[in-house]
Design a protein around this ligand. Sequence first.
Ligand code: CA
Length: 362
Amino acid sequence: MDRRSLLKKGAVAAGALLAAKAAGNEAKAYAGEKKFRWKMVTTWPPAFPILQTGVERFAKRVEELSGGRLTIHVYAGGELVPPLGVFEAVSSGSVECGHSAAYYWAGKCNAAQWFTSIPFGLDAQGMNAWFYFGNGLKLWEEVYSKFNLVPRPAGNTGVQMGGWFNKKIEKLSDFKGLKMRIPGIGGKVISKAGGAVTLLPAGEIYTSLERGVIDATEWIGPYHDIRMGFYKVAKYYYGPGWHEPGSTLELIMNKKAYDALPPELKAAVDTAAAELNVQMLSEFETKNAMALEELKKDKKIKILRFPDAVLDGLRKLSKETIAEIAKKDPLSKKVNDDFQKFKKELAPWNKITEKAYYDFML
Ligand code: CA
């Protein structure tokens, strides 16, 4: 190659570089000017503490992190779409994003259930490990991709309580004939144990328990349960919440809406979601601990732990139930296999660290 053609090539390359740089700057300037306005729907009642209030804080954080370029208007459950219409609304693109829990969509998407919580599954720390450093989030994205949804973990309840009972549970057979309000896979397990499971909307649980229409109900933990007034109509409060050991809440975004964001706004949303994920768990932890102390002041309430024999029995039935549910489609099997493998891998480490620590400390 002679000097002239080398120079020419160099000039072309330099020209191309300059052009590319200019195009990049233009794209940057354009993205910098473009503002996005999103609508967000949730499953939670207006001002519902920790959940709805957390989502509102998330929206403010996104606005702050994006320098005002992405604003999110939050609608509580029922304000724009019904509480359980969130998945459909975001999937269809009628709104850009939503906040809910994946296990509510079991009827539409069986594999979704593992991304909230399954009986005797992972706790909050384990769920986050699976999402962020295992295959959890990748699998979740795969499962939701055919619904045009991008999911992010966005909150966790921590280990829930087992529920309020108006009779003592001393052996597995005490569930026989017990009328209990308990949704999801946990409900299927109680059915297998001989219980009569009902699904009541939140507004009807208290009166049903009071009138004996049901004998027991689970809800969340002390902080929310006190607000529902269950302690006035049932005296035994059992733990732990074997059926929901670390329920993850979800941020779901319409894929088209998310893909339309420039990288820095995607980062703002993802960062605010991760922040919500840790803050919500921290708020649950703090407020439940304080609420438990409040409950203890009422001497009529018996706060009890399910006996090991009961938990053992429930664990066996849960294993059967989960195996049946995992068989429904190949994607559910794939998710369950990975979840169970991850859980098995964490166990020996948890045993010599957290378990050993708490066994000694408490
Ligand atoms: Ca619950």
